[in-house]
Design a protein around this ligand. Structure first.
Ligand code: ATP
Ligand code: MG
Length: 288
């Protein structure tokens, strides 16, 4: 484990610290901020985090748009989007307007653009096109300033859809499980983010890394948290999301945890991390 951290190196530490520093100057109250949830590893809590952070941010009175950018459509069903078509595929392909693709949710101030399995075709269709990395950016351009926050949920890969998500975003949010292999995945993801900054989206920054499905009884989980926190310092969110069965039940009712069980430990953690995110984006000022 120590070998992994050792090879991450000082350069990376400076790089992440610089990004965190830069971030605090980036945003004004008037700009819609686009955050993308990325981790090439499957099942780490990307979708759960997008739904629940989105819902708690919307609770503060901010306008939020969730974008399901995964053909699995988990975010769409998890937030009870209905109908799911036209959705993001139709918006990308120009067969639906934003007004047709955007659906209201049961949460005030929270809208969603759902995804259907059609989206899997988009990745293939995009590959041969010159502007293949910028389809999502273009599709969101006319609507980004209608919202205070846009949260994009990506599939578990660093393929064409995730590239589009990162090319469209201001901030990358990285949920990770407290496991050994997760640290190797993190290294690769930060490297990819750097390449995207250099080649596709110079204004992309790391919004933060956070731990999900934490079980305090395992020693490995605590070791991983210590090591990642020591390496990436303020890039890591203070809030840790615990493993909590209520979080896994809520999507089957099409509800965020803020509606399903607002008092459970998972809800408290997602509330806390949503406030932390708002504070980070506003550079520590209240009421961003
Ligand atoms: P994929 O890579 O397939 O898109 P993902 O990274 O979006 O997955 P989720 O779908 O959010 O991950 O979560 C994976 C599974 O773990 C889901 O069944 C979800 O309900 C459950 N889950 C997520 N977070 C928690 C948690 N903190 N406690 C308990 N269960 C959780
Ligand atoms: Mg998912």
């Amino acid at each position: 484990m120590y070998g992994v951290c050792g090879s991450i190196g000082l350069k990376q530490i400076f790089y992440t610290a610089a990004i965190a520093f830069f971030m605090s100057f980036c945003y004004t109250k008037d700009m819609g901020v686009i955050c993308v949830f990325v981790n090439q590893k499957g099942g780490v809590g990307k979708t759960t985090s997008a739904i629940n952070i989105g819902a708690f941010v919307a609770d503060t009175g901010k306008t939020v748009l969730l974008v399901d950018f995964d053909a699995q459509g988990n975010l769409s069903s998890g937030i009870g989007a209905n109908p799911i078509k036209p959705g993001i595929y139709e918006l990308l392909s120009g067969t639906a307007s934003p007004e047709e693709a955007i659906k209201k949710t049961a949460v005030k101030n929270l809208d969603v653009i759902p995804a259907s399995t059609d989206l899997s075709g988009a990745a293939v269709e995009l590959i041969d096109q010159k502007e293949r990395n910028f389809f999502l950016k273009k599709a969101l351009a006319p609507i980004r300033n209608r919202y205070d926050y846009i949260f994009i949920d990506c599939p578990p890969s660093l393929g064409q859809l995730t590239m589009n998500g990162m090319a469209a975003a201001d901030l990358v949010l990285i949920p990770m499980q407290c496991e050994y292999f997760a640290m190797e995945g993190l290294k690769q993801l930060l490297h990819t983010t750097k390449r995207i900054q250099e080649n596709l989206n110079p204004s992309l920054a790391i919004g933060g890394i956070f731990f999900t499905m934490y079980d305090p009884r395992t020693r490995l989980a605590n070791d991983v948290i210590k090591l990642v926190s020591a390496t990436y310092k303020e890039t890591v969110f203070n809030t840790i999301i615990p493993r909590n069965i209520r979080l896994s039940e809520a999507p089957s009712y099409g509800m965020p945890i803020s509606i399903y069980d607002r008092q459970c430990p998972g809800a408290r953690a997602y509330y806390a991390i949503s406030q932390e995110l708002i504070r980070r984006i506003s550079g520590g000022k209240d009421g961003a």
